[in-house]
Design a protein around this ligand. Structure first.
Ligand code: NAD
Ligand code: 4TP
Length: 343
């Protein structure tokens, strides 16, 4: 395996389970053979979490990302960002810490885009707390796209060992979905998803399936006509361009085991159509990955879990899966770059 740069992990909502998960992931570094990672956080927040949960973890402030590997064996490396733990209450999200949460993300992106870190792994944010502080983006996905510059089209994909899904529309009201679904948008999402499955997931010819919007995929137009007006022409054009794409399929019958065997990724019309099956099949093994960015970003598939924060019972499985997926993607990119330079 190639060597990759350290992974940059963000703090997420300090009152949620993110800090606990980062510490638990570090504790499992040997069992899971995790690559070196560091967290962007005020050191006091991590130390307070260690103390309140009674975890046997040391932290070590690093001044340079390159020091991560040197200390990772013995301590969780912390790349300090300004802030203190004094406003934090486990189980309560607060807009007072919004600047820490956002700084952690922007620094992680900068370090990754400059090539100092290999990937960004984000801990969950409490969207409502950030909105109260004036954050204008629906979630990480859209914020990361803005940080990446004009023209970036972010594609949210959630994946576990049984299913990959892409919600074609993301954090919008259900009533807005039919307005946002267009032929051009479907074509762009298929192109980005297909390319990423080839480059980052090693699928030579990805098979994509598109879920209809309406019951029974519209039942030939009698229950909605988006399938006829928008989806079928987009799919036909994509097939003509050589993509292995089928649909629109009735969403209710495309997620059982035999149906899932027929495709590598399902592109769904809206958030919950995509995320309910993937989180139901394997909540703790799921990873949220953003395709279409100029850097690698993964995240656990769950949120801040305020109801269990501070209790010491949060499971780090999904964060661990996100670290592993980021590392695998980074290795594939290093190998791909080496191959193209040698060619
Ligand atoms: N990547 C992200 O930043 C991200 C992802 C999803 C949700 N969110 C945000 O998180 C907040 C809370 O969302 P929610 O309540 O819908 O979903 P949630 O995933 O936080 O919680 C749903 C349920 O699952 C449990 N749970 C979640 N993670 C767990 C873990 N690691 N171990 C054990 N149990 C776990 C919780 O205790 C809760 O009962 C919202 O603001 C939402 O927008 C953020
Ligand atoms: N839609 C995601 C989910 O429910 O898991 C989640 O809100 C994360 O979104 P961002 O990665 O954009 O924050």
């Amino acid at each position: 395996m190639s060597n990759i740069k350290p992974i940059a992990m963000t703090l997420g909502e300090p009152g949620g389970i993110g800090p606990e998960l980062a510490l638990k992931a570090w504790l499992s570094r040997k069992d899971h053979v995790l690559p070196p990672f560091f967290i962007l956080s005020p050191k006091t927040i991590m130390d307070q979490t260690i103390e309140s949960l009674g975890l046997r973890v040391k932290t070590k402030v690093i001044n340079e990302v390159s020091q991560t590997g040197k200390f990772f064996e013995d301590a969780l490396p912390v790349f300090e960002i300004p802030g203190t733990a004094q406003d934090i209450e486990h189980g309560t999200a607060s807009s007072k810490t919004a600047s820490i949460v956002i700084d952690s993300i922007t620094h992680a992106v900068n370090l990754t885009r400059s090539g100092t870190a290999s990937a960004v792994v984000t801990n969950p944010i409490q969207k409502s707390a950030l909105y109260q502080a004036g954050f204008k983006h629906p979630g990480h996905t859209e914020f990361l796209a803005e940080l990446s510059g004009p023209g970036t089209i972010p594609v949210m994909m959630l994946a576990n060992s049984q299913l990959r899904v892409v919600p074609m529309t993301i954090h919008i009201a259900l009533s807005e979905v039919p307005k946002q679904l267009t032929r051009e948008m479907i074509k762009q999402l298929v192109r980005i998803t297909s390319k990423s499955l080839q480059r980052d997931f090693g699928l030579e010819k990805p098979r994509l399936a598109i879920a209809g919007l309406n019951p029974h995929a519209g039942e030939d137009g009698s229950m909605g006509d988006e399938e006829i007006r928008i989806m079928r022409p987009a799919i036909k054009a994509l097939q003509n361009d050589g993509f292995d794409v089928v649909g629109p399929l009735p969403a209710d019958t495309m997620f059982h085991a035999e149906a899932r065997a027929n495709y590598d990724v399902a592109l769904c019309s809206y958030h919950d159509q995509a995320l309910i099956p993937v989180k139901t099949l394997d909540f703790h093994g799921g990873v949220n990955v953003t395709l279409g960015l100029p850097f690698i970003r993964t995240s656990p598939d769950h949120g801040t879990a305020l109801d269990i924060a501070g209790k010491g019972i949060a499971r780090p499985d999904s964060l661990i899966a996100a670290i592993k997926m980021a590392a695998e993607m980074a290795h594939k990119r290093v190998a791909g770059n080496a191959a193209s330079q040698g060619a």
